[in-house]
Design a binder for this molecule. Structure first.
Ligand SMILES: NC(=O)c1ccc[n+]([C@@H]2O[C@H](COP(=O)([O-])OP(=O)(O)OC[C@H]3O[C@@H](n4cnc5c(N)ncnc54)[C@H](O)[C@@H]3O)[C@@H](O)[C@H]2O)c1
Length: 447
């Protein structure tokens, strides 16, 4: 559904009125358009430590406008250089409290020179892997800095912190293609850990070419958008939804040239049925199907409780186990579980839903090390307020609060969640596993 307040705040009268009475003024976020090739359309500023040379090795595939502070050929001078569309600062060398001032020195001059919907990334080293307590403390400080600066950005700017593990430098291109581009328009203030991964992306224009992907709950909403995005990126997509949604499923399948499976994921023999439908195996498994049955716990019926836990948590567990045991899920497969920020922050009236979504995050964390040997990654994507039929049914006041209570001051689109899933589905994204990636515009709810 459309967000009329954004339309109003971006009209000429609305813009002045909103500013005059101090209301939030969300901007229209720049999103990835079909046919676009370059992740960054505009100036990219690089700075900081030794990892910058790794980024420079592929930076010309991101954009042709690359700048650094203080080199002779492509010096960027605040107030004189072009507005910045993207910024990467390598803070991985910072080992002492004293050195943290480099963050202020680097970022302060550029903050008034950011283009609309600018994407900023800070690189660091995961504190838990450092033996020197002071170095670990300095690297942990990056988290507080980046989450706070993300909240200060204006005009649709977003910022993430990537902790780069040993050997993970080779996977920086895939991560930066995502986090510096409009594909991550609705992600901000996130901390992601990259590990070494041996499966590269062969073709950046079709990073999922040759991969078979199953999306559950694909008939509408976020699931339909995920299916479209995986197909755009070259995957052969199989769409699953309940038999009652078969008409919508067939219509989408016709558009995407996809196959369909009409199946209730909670059916007794769902595992076997699914295996029969996937004789050639599977490379990407997206557990998107989910339901809400909201009541405060005092009024929660057993039926409401059971239905939500069965669809949202038990079915992904049972089906993933069946696909693993049968060998249907290939080595180096990518599994993505649709969680929710409710599962991180909790939400009144959603004890059942939040339990199921937190359980999914726990599942990703627990399964990741066990599946590592086979090169399989498993992650949760936790959307915040996304404009779908699910959120259209939320009462008006709560819906408005859900939209505005984030750094970006608006709800996300199904496309925003779909882009995150598609990135995690890439061969090179085996660098990320056991993590929960929030797609929530840096919602004020939760960590
Ligand atoms: N919309 C949001 O703001 C939001 C926020 C956080 C998380 N999520 C999660 O994202 C996912 C998709 O959400 P959405 O808003 O697109 O929901 P939606 O209700 O629009 O679509 C869910 C789809 O899942 C299917 N489904 C439900 N039960 C099923 C079953 N037993 N077997 C097979 N298919 C089944 C439905 O038929 C439907 O097509 C859900 O897991 C949801 O919890 C959504």
């Amino acid at each position: 559904m459309s967000d009329r307040y954004i339309d109003f705040a971006n009209s000429s009268l609305g813009h002045r009125l909103v500013a005059a009475i101090g209301l939030p003024s969300p901007v229209r976020l720049e999103r990835w358009q079909a046919g676009r090739l370059r992740p960054v359309e505009g100036a990219l500023l690089l700075g900081g430590g030794a990892l910058v040379s790794k980024v420079q090795a592929f930076a010309n595939r991101l954009t042709d406008a690359i700048y650094t502070y203080g080199t002779e050929t492509s010096t960027w001078i605040p107030g004189h250089g072009p507005k910045l569309k993207a910024v990467v600062f390598d803070a991985s060398d910072l080992q002492h409290t004293d050195q943290l001032k480099q963050l202020r020195e680097f970022f302060q001059p550029l903050l008034k020179n950011l283009d609309n919907s600018a994407h900023l990334v800070i690189l660091g080293r995961a504190p838990e892997n450092l033996s020197d307590p002071f170095a670990a403390s300095a690297q942990r400080a990056l988290e507080g800095f980046s989450r706070s600066l993300a909240k200060e950005l204006r005009n649709g700017g977003v910022l993430q912190l990537l902790y780069v593990g040993d050997g993970a430098e080779d996977q920086l291109e895939g991560a930066l293609r995502f986090f510096l581009s409009p594909k991550s328009a609705y992600i901000s203030g996130q901390v992601i850990r990259l590990e070494a991964c041996t499966t590269p992306v062969e073709d950046w224009t079709r990073p999922l070419a040759g991969r078979k992907a199953l999306v559950t709950g694909a008939a509408r909403g976020i699931g339909a958008s995920i299916a479209e995005t995986l197909a755009r990126d070259g995957a052969e997509v199989i769409l699953l939804d309940v038999p009652q949604a078969k008409a919508d499923l067939d219509a989408l399948a016709a558009r995407l040239g996809a196959r369909t499976v009409a199946l209730d994921i909670c059916a007794e023999d769902a595992g076997n049925q699914l295996i029969e439908h996937l004789p050639e195996g599977l490379d990407i498994l997206v557990h998107n199907a989910g339901i809400t049955r909201d009541k405060t716990l005092a009024n929660m019926t057993p039926e409401y409780w059971d239905a939500v836990l069965a669809v949202n948590l038990n079915a992904p567990q049972v089906l993933t186990q069946a696909l693993l045991d049968s060998g249907t899920l290939h080595d180096n497969a990518r599994v993505v579980l649709l969680a929710s920020i409710s599962g991180i922050a909790g939400n009144r009236g959603q004890t059942n839903y939040a339990a199921s979504k937190a359980g999914l995050i726990g599942l990703a964390q627990a399964w990741a090390p066990l599946l590592k040997e086979r090169g399989i990654s498993i992650n949760a994507v936790a959307p915040g307020f996304i404009e779908t039929q699910m959120t259209a049914h939320i009462p008006f006041a709560l819906r408005e609060a859900g939209r505005r209570m984030s750094s970006l001051g608006q709800g996300g689109l199904p496309q925003d969640v779909a882009e995150a899933v598609a990135w995690l589905g890439q061969p090179g994204s085996g660098a990320v596993s056991g993590q929960a990636l929030r797609v929530c515009g840096q919602s004020l709810l939760g960590a």
